[in-house]
Design a protein around this ligand. Structure first.
Ligand SMILES: Nc1ncnc2c1ncn2[C@@H]1O[C@H](COP(=O)(O)OP(=O)(O)OP(=O)(O)O)[C@@H](O)[C@H]1O
Ligand SMILES: [Mg+2]
Length: 210
């Protein structure tokens, strides 16, 4: 049987600390001698990073369905060219965002039916789902604090009501979707990091014994 890696996704609203925590997590796993691929969506391959630029461009007005297709197009490339090969090599993949983001943003945020997004997620990934998705949660005030003085991308320019729908969407999905866990992402960076490791430890000890 081919070696099977472990697929971990960090999710959550904008500025919830995904990139910061992904870096710390990847470092901690590598220190344990594990092979890790750090990647992100949208993006992760040259072609998908080009799609990311379109998606984040604040000058563009993109319709909800177009936006969904762009995320899914990026996901096709990323899953087939980066995630699957790493998992086949037995590596741990840490991705900032994956399919749950489309359910939260495109469905709860933009109003596209869940069924449509689920179908496209399945088609784009050919059914590959993460072993665990961790939803990093922060309140709107933290978003505002972390955005202060920074330029806003197309999504960060959305009104608070949009972020509120997305955040509520993540809460709803936590109950609905399998292998999704909540992480309180307020508080010190180190503290959030240990919350993440605590959630992952059972999976990691299993992984090493395979
Ligand atoms: N626990 C924390 N406490 C205080 N500041 C934090 C914490 N975690 C991250 N930050 C800061 O908040 C900002 C956003 O963090 P980060 O880029 O990791 O979030 P993100 O979820 O990846 O954001 P994006 O939605 O832009 O991808 C950064 O300036 C980072 O240094
Ligand atoms: Mg980030």
């Amino acid at each position: 049987m081919p070696p099977k890696g472990l697929f971990i996704v960090l999710e959550g609203p904008d500025k919830s600390g995904k990139s910061t925590q992904a870096v710390l997590l990847v470092r901690a796993l590598r220190r344990r001698g594990l092979a890790v691929l750090h990647t992100r969506e949208p993006g992760g391959t040259a072609m998908a990073e080009s799609i990311r630029k379109i998606l984040l461009d604040p000058r563009l007005r993109i319709l909800p369905l177009t936006e969904l297709f762009l995320y899914e197009a990026s996901r096709v490339q990323h899953t087939a060219q980066k995630v699957r090969p790493a998992l086949a090599r037995g590596e741990i993949v840490v991705s900032e965002r994956y399919t749950l983001a489309s359910l939260a943003y495109q469905s709860y945020g933009r109003g596209i039916p869940l069924r449509t997004v689920r179908t496209l997620n399945r088609v784009a990934t050919e059914g590959l789902s993460p072993d665990l998705t961790l939803v990093l949660d922060v309140a709107e005030e933290i978003f505002k604090e972390r955005m202060r003085g920074k330029s806003h991308d197309r999504l960060e320019k959305e009104p608070p009501s949009f972020r509120d729908r997305v955040r509520r969407g993540y809460f709803a999905l936590l109950k609905k979707e399998p292998r999704v866990a909540f992480i309180d992402a307020a508080g010190a960076i180190r503290k959030v990091h240990s919350r993440i490791l605590k959630k992952l430890n059972p999976l990691l000890s299993n992984h090493r014994t395979i």
